[in-house]
Design a protein around this ligand. Sequence first.
Ligand code: C2E
Ligand code: MG
Ligand code: MG
Ligand code: MG
Length: 275
Amino acid sequence: QQKRIEKGQVGHFSESLRLQNIRDHLLSDRLLTAIEKSEMRLVFQPIIKSKTGSIACIEALLRWHLDGEEVSPIEFIPIAEQYGMIKNIGLWVVEKACQQIITLSQNGRALTVSINVSVIQLQDREFVTHIKTLLTRLKFEPSLLHIEITESVFAADKTVLMKQIKALQEMSIKISIDDFGTGYSSLASMQDLGVDIVKIDKSFIDNVNGSGSNIVHAVMQISQSMGYQVVAEGVESLEQVEKLNEIGVHFLQGYYFSKPLEVDQLTDYLNDRLN
Ligand code: C2E
Ligand code: MG
Ligand code: MG
Ligand code: MG
């Protein structure tokens, strides 16, 4: 009896693994042509300055519309990393984001854009040159570009990353640590890397009105003493906004202010705020 159940579980497990593999292969195959087939697009979520309520920055988030279905970046980014497509896709994201932000930056308002970059991209020795060439060609002001990297970078080779981050910062690009608190990084390793901005992960913001407040407080205090600016991710309620303001978190981002917007919606959003 016991054995049969175990066997059944193993069989079930390997079956779901097999299906997962088939899907990964299918997606990796379709990813190769996703850009040329115009299946990719960017959506934009504002990051709000706590003190003034104004827009500090806009995060570009990648979307993939495949055969009538939206595939989440949480699923396809790791596949793109694994199958060697992330560099091309990543450069397309930078180019597209900067182009669209330039178009939206009329009437003298200079918008700052924040882009998610995979560690694999960042480790590529040509990455900095590619960015430099791209920004020059687009005439995009580098100080208006932020690059978000996830904490997992701290598991990677630090010397290469430090060099890359430094080179980007010398161009006036700012570096953010995304999803802070969920991965391997410590505030000490962030000091080594010399990042500019810390984005506290949504999981801590979810219970900032309860047990999470101590953590946010602590991150805030240390960040302040180290000169980092702090963003709260995934802010969904007024209670959270009030608590985060009380703690003194510099920037807020989340559905409470705006979901990620299609470029047309962003245009309206910006126009509403100007008038
Ligand atoms: P992330 O960079 O931490 O982005 C935040 C995610 O949380 C986004 O999901 C956003 O839509 C979602 N979000 C924002 N505010 C709220 C909120 O108040 N409530 C809830 N429930 N969710 C909120 P999304 O767009 O599905 O992206 C997921 C992740 O995929 C991103 O996490 C990022 O790590 C990755 N990603 C997205 N675009 C790119 C890209 O262009 N390149 C790379 N390398 N990764 C990307
Ligand atoms: Mg991000
Ligand atoms: Mg995040
Ligand atoms: Mg995330």
